[in-house]
Design a protein around this ligand. Structure first.
Ligand code: NAP
Length: 294
């Protein structure tokens, strides 16, 4: 059974590699040829095609991990997209974070062509993608979910069918609030440690196992200590996700004041032109919020 994987970025390449390592037939495609994800997939036993058409032709399952709403719509339902070349009955699952409204729109457009769409956003970071331990939150019809499960299980450990189309994305936006607001507490703990002369290593080593511990403290705390602001999870994606949160509640910003604060702090470090940091600021990881503190 052929599986197509479109979008071999940080997350996509690690997930596609895990499918190939599990012995499944995986054919990848990336918009920009020659990126490291292509070589990684081929080294794991997968194949790479240079067009969406070639990748999805005869595929029973198509996975995508892309960027924002416009990217996913372009690749799935746009002209020259998956909808033009995949076979009827195909199960398409998208791991990008795009919010419930967009997911439902794509579901409707694909259903009109007898194709099944699952919104399947993930959490667990680049570490979880590499280790095959992602949490995958799936919205859509149950039958295609059951059909795709054998492959989802090669990429994640905690896989949950959450309800109808859009419900995976709705849960994922709740998750983004947990990640974003938690990052404030991690950065403020580091800031206070600096102020009080506390060894930063103690902050991570001792507090990770306590009541204030979190995924961010355990996994991103060590990167903050090393001043390693490479993504993991890029600021531009976090800013996209917080924009999606407010778009999906019709701009009622005052419902979520902590999320608004996190958005403002991420904007300070994520929206520059990179002239101070030697690269695009939005390309840094979310742990770069630490740089928003004086
Ligand atoms: P990334 O490293 O920036 O990779 C994005 C991938 O999407 C690249 O392969 C890129 O192709 C492709 N792409 C973007 N726009 C496209 C378009 N219009 N047409 C075709 N291909 C397009 O991003 P990532 O970190 O893997 O994240 C991907 C998605 O997963 C995002 O929605 C993000 O919010 C979500 N996510 C990420 C994490 C994380 O920890 N990184 C965790 C959970 C969820 P090119 O190489 O041509 O640019």
């Amino acid at each position: 059974m052929k599986i197509a994987y479109l979008g071999l970025g940080l997350m996509g390449q690690a997930m596609a590699v895990n499918l190939a390592k599990a012995g499944l037939e995986v054919v990848g495609w990336n918009r920009t040829p020659g990126k490291p994800g292509e070589a990684a997939l081929m080294a794991a036993g997968g194949k790479v095609e240079n067009s969406i058409e070639a990748a999805v032709k005869d595929a029973a399952v198509v996975f995508t991990c892309l960027g924002d709403i416009g990217d996913v719509e372009q690749v799935l339902t746009g002209k020259g997209g998956v909808v033009d070349f995949a076979m009827a009955g195909v199960v398409i699952a998208d791991f990008s974070t795009i919010g419930p409204e967009a997911a439902k729109r794509i579901y409707d457009a694909l259903r009109a062509k007898s194709m099944h769409f699952l919104d399947a956003p993930v959490t667990g970071g680049d570490v979880g993608a590499r280790n095959g331990t992602l949490t995958i939150m799936v919205g859509g019809d149950e039958e295609p979910f059951r059909k795709a499960l054998f492959a989802l299980e090669k990429m994640g450990k905690n896989i949950k069918h959450c309800g109808p189309s859009g419900s995976g994305q709705a849960l994922k936006l709740c998750n983004q609030i947990l990640c974003a607001v938690n990052m404030i507490s991690v950065c403020e703990a580091f800031r206070l440690a600096e102020q009080l002369g506390v060894d930063e290593n103690l902050l991570v080593d001792v507090l990770s196992g306590g009541a204030g511990g979190s995924w961010a403290l355990s996994n991103l705390g060590p990167r903050i200590i090393k001043k390693d602001f490479e993504p993991g999870f890029a600021l531009k994606h976090m800013l996209k996700d917080l924009r999606l949160v407010f778009e999906n509640i019709d701009g009622q910003d005052d419902l979520l004041p902590g999320t608004k604060l996190a958005q403002d702090l991420f904007k300070i470090v994520g929206e520059g032109d990179g002239s101070d940091s030697g690269g695009a600021d939005g390309a840094r990881g979310t742990q770069a919020m630490r740089l928003a503190y004086k």
